[in-house]
Design a protein around this ligand. Sequence first.
Ligand code: SF4
Length: 399
Amino acid sequence: MAVPLMQAVRVGAYVVKQHITGRKRYPLVLMLEPLFRCNLACAGCGKIDYPAAILNQRLSMQECLDADAEAGAPVIAIAGGEPLLHKEMPQITRALIERKKYVYLCTNALLLEKKMDDYEPSPFFSWDVHLDGDREMHDASVCQDGVYERAVAAIKKAKARGFRISINCTLFDGADPKRVASFFDEVMAMDVDGIMTAPGYAYERAPDQEHFLNRQKTKQLFRDIFRLGKGHKWRFTQSPLFLNFLAGNETYHCTPWGKPLRNVFGWQRPCYLLGEGYAKSFDELMNDTKWDDYGTGNYEKCADCMVHSGYESTAVMDAVRRPWHIAKVALFGPETEKPMAPEISLANQRPAQYVYAEQVEEQMQEISARKKPARMPRVTTVVSASADQNSAVPADAAD
Ligand code: SF4
């Protein structure tokens, strides 16, 4: 199984409990982004285009644990940036596992072989390795030759050490269904535990703006891939109904609060992909965000989005409402021949707002304020040193 049985049971029990208790909005996966800094600069990435002072910010271990305590989600995905650049990552991961959280540690795998011994295999832990297709596809996607080879070597070593591994495959316009299908065969042959796949989100700050898929192309691409995959026994870490959605068989509306994101700016509104503002606490995020302003049909920046950040939680909730439906899709796979489900109208979506420059300015001011030495009485040099430590940027800021 792509997801261990106990994990499926615990997450299922959590979802059913939320429904029984009538909780309207709840998180399924806590997304933690403890840093933006990365050791790659991928063409489709919209996460790393920040000034160095922001890239040097880190969430501390305590901030990560506090975010978990606030959200209470059963699954935690640690993304970035490259999380393995964070000095406290082994301790953060261990502490979350001790809390019996299912942790997916996302990585481009460049540091995986070097850092692997800092982690222990566990049913609660999985490496989630970024691989956007075969050697040529992936190296083109990450804009650097040799990355695929290093990632595959690290995957094989991690499997030999007993770790669980999933791969995270983002697809862009121009992807060839046959090559993607062969790539899925290839990773299954590596004994990878599961595949997570989605179309790339059209980040406004990504260097390459020409290769993002629109919804129609996304649906056709995934239909073509799944048609080729019939009988191939690919294991996906995602809900069968999310895959059915990718193949154009579900008219799902976005559930952005299902995968809330905590990063160095705070709790991001409304989702992992879009940073349109930040809340100081999880409760503030859940209660004060205008959720109806977002999602396909509501907002221009959401028009082409079909990413798991917003739609996998919708699929999971649909499975609770229609268990017979998920059973059928799980058994026979996504439909690839019948007419597609109706698309959401974009007629009433509100226009995009561009807030990046304002947010960067705000963060730079905060960082600068934290760096300023506090004004202290001249006679108390000892007190002055202590106050200065308290206002300093975290010690691992330059790692
Ligand atoms: S559709 Fe949902 S997940 Fe996608 S960008 Fe909009 S709010 Fe985020």
